[in-house]
Design a protein around this ligand. Structure first.
Ligand code: NAG
Length: 176
């Protein structure tokens, strides 16, 4: 699987509480069975992995197509993230089709190709989306759980900002 560049294993019991692994071979040294496998190490995948491992008996493997965010200065230094995209190793390098509203120009459409996903390359800025969008998801799926009123408590829970927690804990080489 050439697209798979980073594996994040969390809650590995006595071995360690988390590891970033960059090859399948290293993973097999650690553990082969996980309670959950999360596909995508962007914002959502990271939040889901974190929530699942609030139970210390649960093990989680997060798969990320892009690379690690470790030692990537354009991601670590806040004001440098203007240089994190486009056309960098941390970008999917998408381009829009020609846009009528932009005189037919096609423009770069940066998306994070790295642990943390697009939040790693966009100042962690995000927009909730509109009430109408969520209510449409609920209508289309027939599941009221997707409605704005159902989701807003969780959106607000996520919007709790705190000071930086210090440098990321990064374990590159892990022996079994
Ligand atoms: C995006 O472009 C950069 C610069 O050419 C490259 O290093 C990177 O691998 C590309 N990203 C993807 C996902 O192909």
């Amino acid at each position: 699987m050439a697209w798979l560049r980073v594996l994040t294993a969390l809650a590995l019991g006595s071995i360690c509480s988390g590891a970033i692994i960059e090859s399948i071979a290293d993973l097999t040294k650690l553990k082969l069975k996980f309670d959950y496998i999360v596909v995508g190490g962007g914002t959502s995948g990271a939040v889901i992995g974190n929530r699942l491992t609030e139970n210390k008996d649960v093990s989680v493997l997060i798969l990320e197509a892009g690379g690690s965010n470790a030692n990537v200065l354009n991601i670590i230094v806040p004001a440098f993230c203007t240089m994190a995209t486009p056309q960098t190793p941390q970008d999917w390098n998408y381009t829009t089709i020609p846009q009528p509203g932009l005189s037919g120009r096609a423009i770069a459409y940066p998306r994070g190709f790295v642990l943390g996903g697009s939040s790693s390359v966009n100042y962690m800025v995000y927009t909730r989306g509109a009430r109408d969008d969520f209510d449409r998801f609920a209508r289309v799926t027939g599941d009221q759980g997707w409605s704005w009123d159902s989701l807003i408590p969780y959106i607000l829970k996520n919007e709790r900002f705190g000071p930086p927690g210090g440098p990321p804990q990064h374990h590159r080489a892990v022996s079994a």
